[in-house]
Write a protein that binds this ligand. Structure first.
Ligand SMILES: [Zn+2]
Length: 226
């Protein structure tokens, strides 16, 4: 049993998640490890499956479009079109849409910084939700009042952190259970299984927008400046 209570395959039996070893890999080759109708598993992969608010990669396996990527325990199950011709043991190429993934990585880390800065400077309000796509990220807080009162501080601090080009370290804190974290020395260490950029400078520039999804809840939307 893993942390989420699901029975899970031992990590060494499951897909090798190259998106953790090198989040900048855009393609790899792998063996098809199982085929069940339109669902397959692989020996290696660069294609991330939705977790922790970070959306799945868009891409192809052996030329067939990835329709869905689903994490279950340590394994990732990919759904491809029903008329695919892949067989057990086939050697295939896995390719991801790098432009979209890189935007997701920048927005993901921008959301990490916003979350951490709000936690550290505004009394650790409860995070209600988060979502990261390639055009925007959002973080929802339990918050009375108007969260845009934090924006002068956040804008200045984010600009400073991006300009300072802080190194982002990512690693396992528990290899057996595949628990990962990111760290900026002297700032924060945060558990997260997502794909992260190497330094804050890569984010470039950001725009924050306040959205008010309901009473007692406030949403910060994050956009890349480009
Ligand atoms: Zn993360």
């Amino acid at each position: 049993m893993n942390k989420t209570g699901k029975s899970a395959i031992k990590p060494r039996m499951a897909v090798e998640k190259l998106f953790w070893k090198d989040p900048y890999l855009t393609h790899c080759t792998a063996k098809v490890m199982s085929v069940e109708n339109d669902m397959i598993t692989l020996s290696h992969t660069v294609a991330y499956a939705f977790e922790g608010g970070q959306q799945s990669d868009i891409g192809t396996i052996g030329g067939f479009e990835i329709l869905q990527a689903r994490r279950d325990g340590f394994e990732i199950f990919y759904t491809i079109p029903e008329n695919h011709t892949l067989c057990l043991g086939d050697s295939v190429e896995i390719c991801i849409d790098w432009e979209k993934r890189y935007r997701v990585m920048k927005l993901h880390f921008a959301a990490e910084l916003v979350l951490e800065l709000v936690y550290q400077n505004y009394g650790h309000p409860e995070k209600i939700g988060a979502n990261i796509t390639y055009d925007k990220a959002r973080v929802d807080f339990a918050w009375e009042g108007n969260i845009s009162s934090t924006f002068n501080f956040l804008d200045a601090k984010l600009a400073e952190m991006i300009a300072s080009d802080y190194k982002i370290i990512c690693d396992f804190d528990d290899v057996e259970n595949e628990h990962r974290f990111w760290q900026i020395e002297g700032f924060a260490q945060v558990p997260c299984g997502g794909t992260h950029i190497k330094s804050t400078k890569e984010i470039g520039g950001l725009t924050l927008k306040r959205v008010n999804p309901g009473k007692g809840k406030e949403r910060i939307e994050i956009y890349l400046a480009d």
